[in-house]
Ligand binder design. Structure first.
Ligand SMILES: C[S@@+](CC[C@H](N)C(=O)[O-])C[C@H]1O[C@@H](n2cnc3c(N)ncnc32)[C@H](O)[C@@H]1O
Length: 240
């Protein structure tokens, strides 16, 4: 790979746990979102994939393009860091690149046909910012449902960040489920009821109290970003 974009030795997100996490996205979409595939064999995705990049989002791009699920033109990479985006643009000139806060960019042309949103900002689960985030991203997801009949969300949050403030992972996972349910309901409206209990059955949050726990907690895939790091809570949902 070209040097200058990712420093593998120092990169916390360039490891096998994160690679396994990325590999599950396509399986989940093949299983749950027939509307989002152009062909019966579910090899080529319709619409564009939106990725928060960081130093390692190129791995998602390569995974998707390498699998034939996407062309570079249908990959939209966003990051706050303009120099990082410039380096990506030089490396993958056919993809779409945007520097800035994705929440301010939801009406840009590049995002018009987004069908999959990979919200991988590593925000703390249960963050009070979620209401604002949801309000902006609802625009992108509603547009996808109107255009393709479905939208997919892969949402990755930091489950253990709360412990630094003395909060409990179980409590914040429930709060996170409530916020996500509100976001999904805001997109789908009355057509489908997204409840926090559906994402996380009552009591399932207690699984994460043991800080060694990784695995499924309701719809959340709890995994460790690296061997000694915080656990992440990922959910992959299709809205229609
Ligand atoms: C964990 S990294 C992304 C990792 C990548 N998706 C992967 O698979 O390796 C998160 C990145 O998202 C960026 N980010 C977080 N919130 C953002 C926002 N609202 N708008 C733009 N970039 C954001 C951060 O700057 C950071 O570089």
């Amino acid at each position: 790979m070209t040097a200058g974009v990712s420093n593998r030795a120092a990169d916390a997100f360039d490891n096998t746990a994160k690679a396994d996490y990325r590999a599950k996205h396509l399986d989940a979409l093949r299983e749950a979102a027939p509307e989002l595939w152009e062909d019966d064999d579910r090899q080529r995705l319709r619409g564009a994939w939106l990725e928060l990049m960081g130093a390692t989002g190129w791995r998602t791009l390569e995974l998707l393009v390498g699998a034939g699920a996407l062309t570079e033109r249908n990959f939209v990479g966003v990051d706050f860091d303009a120099s990082r985006i410039a380096a990506y643009r030089a490396r993958y000139p056919h993809a779409r690149w945007l520097a800035g806060d994705v929440l301010d960019l939801v009406n840009s042309n590049e995002l018009e046909d987004v069908s999959v949103l990979h919200y991988d900002g590593y925000e703390a689960a249960g963050s009070p910012r979620m209401a604002h985030v949801a309000e902006q991203l609802t625009t992108v997801l509603r547009r996808a449902v109107e255009t393709f009949g479905a939208a997919a969300v892969v949402w990755n949050a930091d489950l253990d960040a709360c412990r630094l403030q003395g909060a409990q992972p179980a409590t914040v996972l429930r709060a996170h489920a409530r916020s996500l349910a509100a976001l999904l309901t805001g997109v789908a409206g009355e057509r489908r009821s997204f409840t926090h209990e559906r994402l996380l059955p009552p009591g399932a949050e207690t699984l994460v109290t043991d800080t060694r726990f990784v695995g499924a907690a309701g719809s959340f895939d709890v995994y460790r970003g690296k061997s000694t790091g915080h656990r992440m809570a990922c959910v992959r949902v299709v809205i229609r």
